[in-house]
Design a protein around this ligand. Structure first.
Ligand SMILES: [Zn+2]
Ligand SMILES: [Zn+2]
Length: 266
């Protein structure tokens, strides 16, 4: 729902993604303007089962507080888990002290502190692991692995229809490259990896703990990902063809999406 980095634009919002897994809806990051994007994509405000915040930079969380209040206006009653870095508890406390008196549902903050991949959520359809990224502040990526039902003894294979394995998706924003990351997202069907800068801005990328197109593509290649999805484009750059071409030169199965693009993970 948002492909920009620091600033909102008329056609691009800061980071936010909705992930649907067998009817469960998860929100990953919540940049400013996400509520309007949820409206535009016709996703219900109260449908999110859990929220995953990678880190506490505004372009990843400034949209959250309005959304929390809107969920209450829509009479959400189901408790909401928010997975976020430890520092979020003070922000949530402040928010609740001013705006939480009549909130219609409970919010539980699950603090992220891990140094290695760790399972943080599991239900019948999906397991989620979080892992640290390499950014200026505490920042975490998320890997979603589909859980397929056990085959029943009575299930008869349909001729010609291949049985597929469980699907997986990983979200990596914001981060500079580091050696462990490809192993932690190994074999995912789709990898979202930030590419804030084109390759010619490599010095800026390392200065601000971000990645270039080539860093993202090298990670996807080393991980053996099925597809690479770029995003978190710098506000300094208007030439999106460069992002795509530079990444595709290293990893052909790359897409450089716009806000509103929808991907089936396969
Ligand atoms: Zn960011
Ligand atoms: Zn950041």
């Amino acid at each position: 729902m948002g492909t920009a980095s620091a600033l909102p634009f008329s056609d691009r919002n800061p980071s936010a993604q909705a992930l649907s897994v067998h009817g469960r809806l998860f929100l990953i990051d919540c940049g400013e303007g996400t509520q309007r994007r949820i409206r535009q994509e016709h996703i219900g405000f109260v449908k999110f089962q859990a929220i995953f915040l990678s880190h506490l930079h505004g372009d990843h969380c400034f949209g959250l507080f309005g959304l929390l209040s809107t969920m209450s206006l829509y009479h959400r009653t189901a408790p909401l888990k928010i997975f976020a870095p430890a520092g979020f508890s003070a922000i949530l406390k402040f928010y609740l002290s001013w705006f939480g008196q009549d909130l219609s549902y409970e919010i539980e903050h699950v603090p992220l502190k891990m140094k290695e991949p760790e399972e943080i959520y599991a239900d019948k359809a999906v397991r989620v692991r979080a892992f640290p990224l390499n950014h200026k502040v505490d920042c975490f990526g998320f890997r979603f692995d589909e859980v397929l039902p056990e085959p029943s003894l009575r299930s008869i294979p349909v001729p010609g229809r291949e049985k597929r394995g469980p699907r997986s998706y990983a979200y990596c924003s914001d981060t500079a490259p580091f050696p462990e990351l490809p192993g932690w997202v190994a074999g995912v069907n789709a990898l979202y990896h930030e590419a804030t800068y084109p390759a010619s801005f490599a010095d800026k990328a390392s200065q601000y703990f971000h990645s270039t197109t080539e860093d993202a593509a090298r990670c996807a290649l080393a991980a053996g990902a099925g597809r690479l999805i770029l995003g978190h484009y710098s506000s300094r750059i208007n030439d999106f063809k460069t992002y795509l071409e530079e990444a595709q030169a290293i990893f052909a199965e790359t897409v450089a999406p716009n806000d509103g693009d929808v991907f089936e993970i396969e």
